[in-house]
Write a protein that binds this ligand. Structure first.
Ligand SMILES: *Cc1c(COP(=O)(O)O)cnc(C)c1O
Length: 223
């Protein structure tokens, strides 16, 4: 598969207001460089150690997104360079990001990860947790900019389930925007959609799609 062609194909199929995050997890730097040389500069990784290593070895004008679960003790490794953390799912994590960002005098862009899938997923907040941390004032951390929500649909072939879940994510976004961020222009992102469901996600209001296998091919987790 030609990575450059795949990226161009995907870009042609999505509106320009939607940001493409090329999910490069498990793929080595040489492969990611092929995408970079074709002009794409936005990459996503789901593990902190892999993200940090790739950041070190790749050109410095890349925009790195963390899309996987973040443990509080690893926040300090990503804060120096990360451009958006998609996977914030607790108040504790927000507190730690705020304090590490403060040490470096930075403001870190974050999305709140919400549970929209029917299947039991370990990560993401349900509606109650989301409202509870927002009522606690997490929108007011000085060194964090909450830019929107992230959601993942159920892993299924049934498009109607996926569509319903994305609709729910958009609905949650609207509620949170109206109730907590109505005067916050940067609260505008909905990160949803992966290789198999990104077109549905865009129809339902996604502003960021996270696409891995459709660009880089299948992942081998054993290497
Ligand atoms: C791996 C991953 C993706 C990309 O998945 P593909 O199906 O390969 O496009 C998107 N989001 C998250 C959170 C991921 O971990």
């Amino acid at each position: 598969m030609d990575i450059k062609e795949q990226i161009e194909l995907i870009k042609r199929s999505i509106p320009s207001r939607v940001k493409l995050i090329a999910v490069s997890k498990t793929h080595p730097v040489e492969i990611i460089l092929q995408a970079y040389k074709s002009g794409h500069k936005v990459f996503g990784e789901n593990k902190v150690q892999e993200l940090v290593q790739k950041h070190e070895f790749m050109p410095k004008d890349i925009e790195w997104h963390l899309i996987g679960h973040l443990q509080t003790n690893k926040v300090k490794y990503v804060v120096p360079f990360v451009s958006l953390i998609h996977s914030v799912d607790s108040k504790k994590l927000l507190q730690v990001i705020d304090s590490e960002a403060n040490k470096l005098n930075k403001v870190i862009n974050c999305l709140l990860q919400v549970k929209i899938a029917r299947e039991e997923s370990k990560f993401g907040m349900d509606y109650k947790e989301l409202v509870s941390i927002l009522n606690d004032g997490v929108g007011n951390f000085k060194n964090i900019r909450i830019c929107g929500l992230m959601g993942m649909a159920t892993f299924t072939n049934d498009d109607s389930i996926i569509r319903d879940e994305f609709k729910r994510c958009k609905q949650l976004f609207k509620e949170v925007k109206d109730n907590y961020f109505s005067n916050t222009p940067y609260f505008k992102e909905i990160s949803m959609g992966m290789s198999d469901d990104y077109l549905i996600a865009i129809e339902e209001g996604s502003t960021m799609v996270r696409i891995g296998s459709k660009i880089f091919g299948y992942r081998n987790y054993n290497i």
